[in-house]
Design a protein around this ligand. Sequence first.
Ligand code: SAM
Length: 273
Amino acid sequence: MAELPPLREVIAKHGLSASKALGQNFLFDAQLLDRIAAIPGDLEGRAVLEIGPGPGGLTRALLKAGARVTAIEMDRRCLPALAELAETYPGQLNVVEGDALKIDHAELMGEPFAVIANLPYNVGTALFTRWLGGEDWPPQWTSLTLMFQQEVAQRIVAKPGTSAYGRLAVLAQWRGQASLAMKVHRSAFTPPPKVMSAVVHVTPSELPEGVSARMLERLTEAAFGQRRKMLRQSLKGVPGAVDALETLGIDPQRRAETLSVEEYIDLARTLSL
Ligand code: SAM
């Protein structure tokens, strides 16, 4: 296999100055990238969806690990660099130009796949809620390995009774097993962002019976929308919810952040019936 040039050379050759608008903060450290690629386990022969490959640092690590990568990139400037990578790993890399928010990932992949991405914050959270939401379950993805701002990563894995616990935690934890896999120092990125980052790893859980995703979302939206209020107040707008608290023996004077994920599931189940 041909030796690949250092990523900094690739960037200089293709004029890939980091675009702020596209949230571009690149990773160059091959060891760090190998560690991120190892989080979902052995990738040999597995289908991987990478969002936002940029100049291809993480993509290199995935290809080296033997993955069959489909990569969606919005920035056309990155395509020639990615084409060179595809030549080095024949048949292993398919690059799709476009906005990952507008593409149907299951249709694009056509088989079970692992998702790996180092994305800008707003795009990452939008995709995350989409991957975990909806009534269709189990999903076609087998795991999500995603770089977030550390503060967002902490909100995803947060436990009840903490200020970080909210809608994102309930969503991630009723639909999956979510863990904080690795913290990444801001200095690892070029240019360095203002805040620290962390990689979150999620695998899908089995769907609890009789629970509508829409109902659960409605409940957490109402409860955490007024998180300082008691549930008997914040859940007033959801028909039957205050009565359901009583049926389940949940004190209506409690506040949103004190309810466990299981209690939200029970509440949604009671109201879904
Ligand atoms: N994966 C590379 C790395 O780790 O060095 C680049 C990471 S950079 C933080 C984010 C990448 O996502 C950029 O290449 C950017 O162009 C791309 N991107 C941003 N929004 C996107 C979107 N909606 N769809 C696809 N790619 C997007």
